[in-house]
Design a protein around this ligand. Structure first.
Ligand SMILES: *Cc1c(COP(=O)(O)O)cnc(C)c1O
Length: 385
């Protein structure tokens, strides 16, 4: 198939989606098998054992690579599985620079697992001057970026900062989970590796945990594949199939998430019980112009500060009905959560508060339901404050 000429909404449906050779089935088979029969010892069709390779997973990897305009993709059993592979691929004792406002699990794996293996430093990646200073003085092997950040939705200038990393010979990784491949393409902006928790927007239906990384660097790809094969966090064929299925509507879903999120953000911004709304698509966002420049949309995540204390915030979160009180994000259904108690609890309180994750801060993952119903739900729950 002529992959290069296709546009995004066509790629999600067709790349990796060729009809089954044996039967003509239009949907890819779930190759639910551990092993593959060989014609003669070592003579096979490219598949030996499903921890190493599986044809359903291969199809998913083909599709993901094309969505990020990458040569290579690797799928693992979770986003953190992918993060582990990337961090293990570095020589022991490497210096790593990481954004200071990243996903709680990323912070945890760096401070409780990889702190024994590497030298980890957290910096404010939204400030290119601070990044350059750190690159110059610490000479890191890797720069880890997350943009927009979780949950503060701060934006890092990917082009500027990855160019600086290149100048000081550090590899750069962008966690692109929040924007999905639809709204942001970090490799085209200069990053060496892009990764996602597929658990979120890529699968989009809150029924699979998974992760992926895409790159144009063959050495990095092969190193990470070898580690996956040796350490074992491969994704099951059925889960890969579900993501392949979920991806088909990625373009449609992201447009719907963004449309709803913008309306919800504007509603909340004008609500007297809300102190502040953080959404990159609002002109009030400090990085609105940068967001507009490097992203082709603003996504479905909103962070708000309520007018009230912890008790009032809890009441509000108990009162919402359509917005389910749950961790995670990126599914078709709307979710709401309290980062200080839920997703970001593993970050020490002082660090959390320094970043701005306060007791009245609430994070929304706006789904694709009818927006009037979502606004009614929030309006109703805000009455308790
Ligand atoms: C969820 C998430 C991860 C971790 O992925 P899992 O699939 O839960 O292991 C990493 N980064 C971001 C931004 C996430 O939201």
């Amino acid at each position: 198939m002529a992959k290069k000429k296709m546009n995004f909404a066509t790629k999600v449906i067709h790349v990796g989606g060729h009809p089954d050779k044996e039967t003509g089935a239009i949907m890819p088979p779930i190759y639910q098998t551990t092993t593959f029969v060989q014609e003669s010892p070592g003579k096979h069709k490219g598949y030996e054992y499903s921890r190493s390779h599986n044809p359903t997973r291969t199809r998913l990897e083909e599709c993901l690579a094309s969505l990020e305009e990458a040569k290579y993709a690797l799928v693992a059993a979770s986003g953190l599985g992918i993060i582990s592979l990337i961090l293990h691929s570095l020589p022991k004792g490497s210096t790593i620079l990481c954004g200071d406002d990243v996903y709680g699990g990323t912070y945890r794996i760096l401070t409780t697992v990889f702190n024994d293996i590497h030298d980890i430093h957290f910096i404010n990646t939204t400030d290119p001057k601070e990044v350059e200073q750190a690159l110059k003085s610490l000479k890191p092997k890797l720069l880890w970026l997350e943009t927009p950040t979780n949950p503060m939705l701060k934006i890092t200038d990917i082009k500027k900062v990855t160019a600086l990393a290149k100048k000081y010979k550090a590899l750069s990784v962008v966690d692109n989970t929040f924007m999905s491949s639809y709204f942001q393409k970090p490799l085209t902006l200069g990053a060496d590796i892009v990764m996602h928790s597929m658990t979120k927007y890529l699968n989009g239906h809150s029924d699979v945990v998974g992760g992926c990384m895409m790159t144009n660097n063959k050495t990095i790809h092969q190193k990470c594949w070898t580690l996956q094969n040796s350490m074992g966090p491969s994704q099951s064929p059925f889960d890969s199939w579900l993501v392949l299925r979920g991806l088909k509507t990625l373009a449609l879903r992201m447009e719907a998430h963004q449309k709803n999120a913008l309306r919800v953000a504007r509603f909340l911004e004008s609500h007297p019980k809300v102190e502040k709304v953080i959404y990159p698509g609002l002109k009030s966002h400090p990085d609105y112009r940068l967001a507009k420049k490097q992203m082709s949309g603003f996504g479905g995540m909103i962070t708000i500060l309520l007018k009230g204390d912890l008790k009032k915030s809890k009441k509000f979160l108990e009162k919402v009905k359509l917005f389910a009180l749950a961790e995670s994000l990126g599914g078709v259904e709307s979710l709401i959560e309290h980062p200080a108690i839920m997703t970001h609890h593993s970050i020490p309180k002082v660090v959390r508060e320094e970043i701005g994750i306060l007791d009245n801060l609430v994070r929304l993952s706006v789904g694709v339901e009818d927006c009037d119903d979502l606004i009614d739900d929030l309006d109703n729950a805000l009455k308790v404050i």
